[in-house]
Write a protein that binds this ligand. Structure first.
Ligand code: ZN
Length: 239
């Protein structure tokens, strides 16, 4: 019996490992998705900032075109100066030139404001780009880590499953059936350790005489409360 109980104990540990790997299989893709979302969000944010910068540059170019137009108007008016015949005409052209010059002044000021804004935005953008590069690098490293763990999990899964199959054949069939039945009813745990006179599955006290028997690991003893098969593996320290 002792040998079968030990085999069963190994099987229980393997079943728990398999359950863990299964949970990871479910969890890792979700973590990956979250990381992808984080990466996309960062990229979108920087894209919007770049777009804002581009639209400011475009506005600046339009204003510069406008400026050239106003400057041309001044030149044309100045050219007409030599053709004027009366003082009235001369005054009219002067007024016209004055108006164009005012417009030029306004546009120049607007351009300067835009340039200030562009400069500020470029500074921010360069800072953000550095930050994002670091964030993205971290995200990629995390993704690589998860992929690695996923690969390791699959290797481990194969190994554990092979061992499980071997053990399933070795453990006495009545004991194996009991274990499986308990495992189904008790959240995947059919065999559990007892420590300090307590079942570690349901944390209910195990009577002292029973506990002494459990410590021998010689016979099939089940928790009086949860019915799980009890196993002694020391007082928490590894064997
Ligand atoms: Zn119990």
């Amino acid at each position: 019996m002792r040998e079968h109980l030990e085999l069963l104990w190994e099987l229980q540990k393997i079943d728990l490992d398999l359950k863990n790997i299964e949970e990871e299989r479910d969890r890792y893709p979700k973590e990956m998705k979250k990381l992808d979302e984080k990466r996309n969000l960062e990229k979108e944010r920087i894209h919007k900032e770049r777009e804002k910068l581009e639209s400011l540059e475009k506005e600046r170019r339009q204003k510069e075109k406008h400026l050239i137009g106003e400057q041309d108007k001044i030149k044309r008016s100045e050219g007409r100066m030599s053709e004027v015949k009366t003082n009235k005409e001369y005054q009219a052209i002067l007024t016209e030139i004055e108006t164009f010059k005012e417009a030029v002044g306004r546009v120049e000021e607007e351009i300067l404001l835009i340039m200030d804004e562009v400069e500020e935005l470029k500074k921010q953008l360069s800072k953000r780009e550095k930050e994002i590069a670091i964030t993205l690098e971290k995200v990629e490293a995390e993704k690589r880590g998860i992929q690695e763990k996923m690969g390791q999990g699959e290797v481990l899964w194969k190994e554990k499953l092979e061992r499980k199959e071997a053990l399933s054949k070795q453990v006495e069939s009545k004991l194996f059936k009991l274990y499986n039945m308990l495992r189904e009813k008790r959240q995947g745990i059919g065999m559990v350790s007892a420590r300090n006179e307590t079942c570690q599955g349901c944390f209910v006290h195990v009577p002292p005489q029973m506990f002494i028997e459990v410590q021998k690991n010689l016979s099939l003893i089940r928790c009086p409360n949860c019915n799980r098969i009890l196993h002694w593996d020391g007082n928490g320290e590894k064997k």
